[in-house]
Ligand binder design. Structure first.
Ligand SMILES: N[C@@H](CCC(=O)N[C@@H](CS)C(=O)NCC(=O)O)C(=O)O
Length: 379
């Protein structure tokens, strides 16, 4: 065999091997696969076949991924705040309480049928993404803003926003400061590792206001410095300002400026790379939205199981196997609502009119009431 022929043969063999290797591992994009196994669109429209049966789609796999890890461990490790009353707060008795904490409980109710299978891992702003990336926590529910950089470079996947917020500025009432422009030459206390720090720099630069940022790692240090008079102002999410103000010795001596510096959509976060766990966390949140929209509460959830409204029946696991599709028990959402409540119950318990915060729902209302909370269909 000539050298030329040998080389040609070798090239052909290598090419064949490469095609086999790549082709063998390549799986079609999930959307394509789903499309291939979907019934024709018309059946959905006419409801001739009421179920969108994904026959070829395997049931959620046990034995790998966060759900399996969490189940084997017997608890969820939830990364939380310990310093923001109403949202994530370590109480004197050693227990955690707040709006974010209730979403950790809701996740536990969905996975374990009990709200208490949670280990709370307090994290400051700087620590949180490393803790998520390293696998130290299963989910981060800690007044965390959804941004493009976090969603990509920081390897985070954001579940639906549970609290639409914006950045605010707190000053002493007797300071005479009323607007951002009045902060010319001021020192401003801010926490590091936050969007707050970055937004402040952007906003002040855009308006040509010179200021000195005084940066700390924790909320206690940040507000401590502000209260000691080391800063003319203190900035964080407006929810955080209200929450921290409730801990001040003389809260009435301080006020929050009207201006809002940014958009801060806060919600649960999981790691990249585990679609099933991401789906579970997403739909845990949607279940609380949908329950409010459908009028299902912790008080009436048992009667509601007899409802003939299809969405309610699917939500509560009476029909449709919604839980099974997530790799959970079909009572997953029933357990969330029964044990933790719908969104309005969670909101009111932690932030509503009977709390010191008395935060109006505003954007955090159901879309039916003019707000931004909207669940995709339970079907
Ligand atoms: N939502 C913003 C800010 C979140 C944040 O961490 N805020 C500070 C200021 S109140 C905080 O909660 N600190 C509590 C702590 O680290 O002890 C973000 O995601 O970066």
């Amino acid at each position: 065999m000539s050298r030329k022929v040998l080389i040609v043969l070798l090239v052909l063999v290598i090419a064949a091997l490469a095609v086999a290797a790549c082709g063998g591992k390549q799986t079609p994009a999930p959307t394509e696969e789903a499309a291939a196994t979907q019934p024709p669109a018309a059946t959905e429209q006419t409801a001739a076949q009421p179920t969108e049966k994904p026959a070829e789609q395997p049931a959620a796999q046990e034995g790998e991924g966060t759900l399996a890890t969490v189940k084997a461990r017997g608890k969820i490790i939830c990364g939380v705040n310990q310093a923001v009353p109403g949202f994530g707060f370590l109480q004197p008795d050693g227990s955690f309480a707040g709006f974010d904490i209730d979403f950790c409980k809701a996740l536990s109710a969905a996975v374990f049928g009990s709200p208490d299978k949670v280990e709370y891992r307090p994290l400051n702003a700087k620590q949180r993404f490393t803790a998520l990336q390293s696998g130290e926590i299963d989910v981060l529910i800690r007044n965390t803003t959804w941004t493009l950089t976090r969603d990509t470079e920081l390897g985070a996947n954001f579940a639906p926003t549970t609290f639409y917020d914006g950045q605010g500025i707190m000053v002493r009432k007797d300071s005479g400061i009323k607007t951002l422009e009045d902060l010319q030459g001021a020192s401003i206390c801010v926490s590091s590792g936050t969007t707050t720090e970055l937004n402040l720099a952007d906003q002040m630069a855009a308006r040509g206001i010179e200021y000195t940022p005084v940066v700390f790692e924790t909320a206690d240090e940040t507000t401590g410095a502000y209260l000691d008079g080391r800063c003319d102002a203190y900035t964080t999410d407006k929810s955080g300002l209200v929450a921290r103000q409730s801990m001040f010795p003389n809260p009435e001596e301080h006020m929050i400026l009207d201006e809002t510096l940014s958009k801060e959509p806060l919600g649960p976060v999981v790691r990249h790379g585990d679609d099933q766990w991401f789906d579970i966390v997403k739909w845990m949140v949607f279940a609380t939205f949908q329950a409010e929209e459908s009028g299902v509460t912790s008080q009436n959830v048992d009667e509601m199981k007899n409802s003939d409204v299809p969405t309610i029946r699917k939500l509560l696991g009476v029909e449709g196997d919604m839980g099974q599709k997530l790799g959970l028990d079909n009572a997953w959402a029933y357990n969330i609502i029964k044990q933790v409540g719908n969104y309005a119950e969670i909101y009111d318990r932690n932030l509503g009119p009977d709390t010191v915060f008395n935060l109006p729902r505003g954007m955090n209302s159901s879309w039916k009431d003019g707000g931004l909370l909207y669940s995709p269909p339970f079907r």
